[in-house]
Design a protein around this ligand. Structure first.
Ligand SMILES: Cc1ncc(COP(=O)(O)O)c(C=O)c1O
Length: 383
C-alpha cells in the first residue's frame, strides 16, 4: 500500500529547530527578543517603512486591526463570502455586521464592481481577501474606499509574498494588512500572524490591545534594566501576543519565503501543464510580472464531467491522496445563513466556484514523484 499523501505539510528545517531549542534554553518562552526580531525582519521584508506587529493568529490580527480603526456596534464591513469564517467572525466580535459581496468568477476575489452597490450609511470598512495568494484588484478597491471615506483591512492570510502591480501586498494604502502563519500557510509558525501597517496611532492601539490593554508589552516589562513592576491598564484588551517559540520558527521561515514561493509557482506550473488536456478548469494566474503566493492550487472540475466534486475527493482519498475544499462559502454556513437570512443563490459566483472546486496538495515538502502521483491519480479518475 502506498503511503498517504497529506493535503498539506509545513517545511521546517534544522535552522528553525535550532532556533526553537535556543529559545527553550534561554527561558524565553513567551513574547521576547525573538518576537521583536521577527517583527523587525518582517517589516524589512515588506519594506516601504511599514511597522509589523506579531500576534498569535491572523484571526487575532484582523480583530485587533478592526478594533484599532474604530469598528464598533452597528457598523457594516464589506467582505467576500468566499473566505474562511475568521474573516467575518472578527467583525461580529466588535458588534458590527459583515456585508457580503460576490466574487469575480475568474479570480475568486471580491468583485470591486459589486462593492460600491453594497455601501450604506453604516459602511465603515472593506476587508479584501487575496484568495489562494492571488492579489485582489486593489486599485478600484482603494478608489472606492477613498471616495466613500472607508477603511481597508487586507486579509493577507494566503498571500506572502504576493505582489500587485509589482509591489508586495502590505505596501498599499490600506489601514492594515494581516498575514497568517498557521501550519498550512506559505510560511508557518504553527499558530501565528502579523499585522503590517504605517499609522503610528493604529499601531499603538494594536500593541496595547494585543496584551490586555497594558500600555507596555512584556518584552519591555521584563527586559528593561530599570526595576519595573509598574504598568497601566488603559482598556479591556486581549491576549493575542506571539510566543518566542513561534517567532523562532518565523524568523527562519521568513528567510525562505521567496524560495518557497518560487517552488510553489513551479509546482503550480507543473500541474497546469499536466492537466491541460483534462476536463478541468485551471486556477487563475497572476498577471505577468506579479507574484502569486500559491498558498492553494484550486482546480475546478468541468461541469460536463460526470463525477461530483465530493465523489472526486473521496476517490482521491481512496487512492491515498488528501484534498480539500476552499472554501465552503460563508453564506452556506448555518450561522451566517441564518443570522443574515442568506440564500444559496445570493452569491451565484461563489456558489458556482465552490460546487466544482478541489484544492490539490501543493507544498514544498512534496517531491516530484508525489506530484506525478497526484497527476496520474487524477487522470485515472477522470479518464
Ligand atoms: C482567508 C483567511 N483569513 C483568515 C484566516 C485565519 O488565520 P489564522 O488561522 O492564522 O487565525 C484564515 C485561516 O485559514 C484564512 O484562510
Amino acid at each position: 500500500m502506498t503511503e498517504f499523501l497529506p493535503f498539506a505539510l509545513p517545511d521546517i528545517g534544522e535552522e528553525e529547530i535550532e532556533e526553537v531549542v535556543d529559545s527553550l534554553r534561554s527561558g524565553w518562552l513567551t513574547t521576547g527578543p525573538k518576537t521583536k526580531r521577527f517583527e523587525e525582519d518582517f517589516a524589512t521584508f515588506v519594506g516601504d517603512g511599514v511597522e509589523a506587529i506579531a500576534v498569535n493568529s491572523a484571526t487575532a490580527g484582523l480583530h485587533l486591526a478592526l478594533e484599532a480603526i474604530g469598528i464598533g456596534p452597528g457598523d457594516e464591513v464589506i467582505t467576500t463570502p468566499y473566505t474562511f469564517t475568521a474573516t467575518a467572525e472578527v467583525i461580529r466580535y466588535l458588534g458590527a455586521h459583515p456585508v457580503f459581496v460576490d466574487i469575480n468568477p475568474t479570480t475568486f476575489n471580491i468583485d470591486p464592481l459589486k462593492i460600491e452597490k453594497a455601501i450604506t450609511q453604516r459602511t465603515k470598512a472593506i476587508i479584501p481577501v487575496h484568495f489562494a495568494g492571488l492579489a485582489c484588484d486593489m486599485d478600484p478597491i482603494m478608489a472606492i474606499a477613498k471616495k466613500y471615506g472607508l477603511k481597508i483591512v487586507e486579509d493577507a492570510a494566503h498571500s506572502l509574498p504576493t505582489t500587485y502591480h509589482g509591489k508586495l501586498i502590505g505596501t498599499f494604502e490600506s489601514d492594515a494588512t494581516v498575514y497568517s502563519f498557521y501550519v498550512t500557510k506559505t510560511i508557518a509558525t504553527g499558530e501565528g500572524g502579523m499585522i503590517v501597517l504605517r499609522d503610528a496611532e493604529i499601531a499603538k492601539r494594536c500593541r496595547v490591545m494585543r496584551l490586555h490593554g497594558i500600555n507596555r508589552d512584556v518584552f519591555n516589562r521584563y527586559a528593561t534594566t530599570k526595576p519595573s513592576w509598574h504598568y497601566e491598564v488603559v482598556a479591556p484588551g486581549f491576549k493575542y501576543n506571539m510566543t518566542d517559540v513561534a517567532a523562532s520558527l518565523g524568523i527562519h521561515q521568513l528567510k525562505k519565503a521567496r524560495s518557497f514561493q518560487k517552488r510553489r509557482a513551479e509546482m503550480a506550473a507543473y500541474y497546469d501543464e499536466a492537466f491541460s488536456d483534462l476536463p478541468v478548469i485551471l486556477p487563475p494566474k497572476a498577471p505577468k510580472n506579479d507574484l502569486h503566493a500559491w498558498h492553494l492550487y484550486v482546480l475546478r472540475l468541468d461541469p460536463k464531467v460526470d463525477i461530483s466534486r465530493d465523489r472526486f475527493i473521496e476517490s482521491m482519498a481512496e487512492r491515498g491522496i488528501g484534498c480539500s475544499v476552499h472554501f465552503i462559502p460563508l453564506h452556506l454556513q448555518p450561522y451566517w445563513r441564518d443570522t443574515y437570512n442568506l440564500k444559496p443563490r445570493d452569491f451565484p459566483n461563489a456558489l458556482a466556484v465552490y460546487e466544482r472546486a478541489v484544492s490539490l496538495p501543493l507544498y514544498t515538502k512534496m517531491s516530484g514523484k508525489d506530484q506525478a502521483r497526484v497527476v496520474d491519480t487524477i487522470r485515472e479518475i477522470l479518464e
